[in-house]
Design a protein around this ligand. Structure first.
Ligand SMILES: Nc1ncnc2c1ncn2[C@@H]1O[C@H](COP(=O)(O)OP(=O)(O)OP(=O)(O)O)[C@@H](O)[C@H]1O
Ligand SMILES: [Mg+2]
Length: 225
């Protein structure tokens, strides 16, 4: 999946003030690359990921998915892209607390209309791949923090997305589990050729990224180091 933005801008109005969270961002992300986006708190990282992930609509400018202007894609098709072609990973995992680990990973497969049998088989394989084959009946609160993030990554991979979008995936993790998570994302990128786009403060992620961008006050620049 090729993602391109053109003068991408998102403003928020709060009371009488206006914030330009993402300011005329021009970005091109080729297939199978590992991209890091760094920048201080409040600089616009999450806002940018929400736009690229078709979670939000720009105030001006465009997002292109492959060659298609995302603003011309219907709501139903956008939801389909988000379900089938993009996997999302969050800082606080966003697992459903009442579901087991297995059910959490089955959910996107179920939403994609896969049979019960397919759901189970795929979810099991993904959980085994992240070394959680022996935790499938646990609820999220019965896991370590690092295990929770691995469930979230397994869930993100459920429908074999072409792109993973991760917002500070190691923000809550200690350095050891952070490293495991980074290795996992890197492996997914290299082996599956999944594009990985990560917003992060983590230098260790920057080290493995093919390209790193810095965002400051909504303005994106390319790191040249
Ligand atoms: N829904 C919203 N309404 C109003 N302002 C918002 C909204 N979302 C974000 N902002 C503002 O936009 C700016 C960018 O926020 P964003 O969450 O993208 O930053 P960030 O780089 O992800 O920060 P952090 O590293 O703390 O996660 C901030 O100034 C924030 O206050
Ligand atoms: Mg953020």
């Amino acid at each position: 999946m090729r993602i391109k933005t053109e003068e991408l801008t998102r403003k928020f109005r709060v009371g009488s003030s206006e914030i330009t969270a993402v300011n005329r961002v021009n970005l091109e992300i080729n297939e199978a690359t590992f991209i890091a986006i760094v920048g201080p708190s409040g600089s616009g990282k999450s806002t940018l990921l929400n736009l690229i992930g078709l979670n939000d609509q720009p105030t001006y400018g465009r997002v292109f998915i492959d060659e298609t202007d995302a603003s011309l894609i219907s709501g139903r098709r956008r939801r389909e892209i988000r379900l089938l072609r993009i996997g999302f990973v969050f800082q606080t995992f966003n697992l459903l607390p009442t579901l087991t680990v297995l059910e959490n990973v089955e959910l996107p497969l179920s939403l994609a209309g896969k049979s019960q049998e397919e759901q189970r088989e795929k979810a099991m394989t993904l959980l085994e791949n992240v070394s959680l084959g022996d935790r499938i009946y646990h609820r999220p609160k019965e896991l370590s923090i690092g295990e929770m993030q691995r469930v979230a990554i397994a869930r993100a991979l459920a429908n074999d997305p072409e792109t993973i979008i991760a917002d500070e995936p190691t923000g809550e993790l200690d350095s050891k589990t952070a490293k495991e998570t980074i290795d996992l994302l890197f492996d997914i990128n290299r082996k599956r050729k999944t594009t990985v786009i990560v917003a992060t403060h983590d230098e260790k992620i920057v080290e493995v990224a093919d390209t790193t961008y810095t965002i400051i006050d909504g303005k994106l620049g390319l790191n040249t180091n």
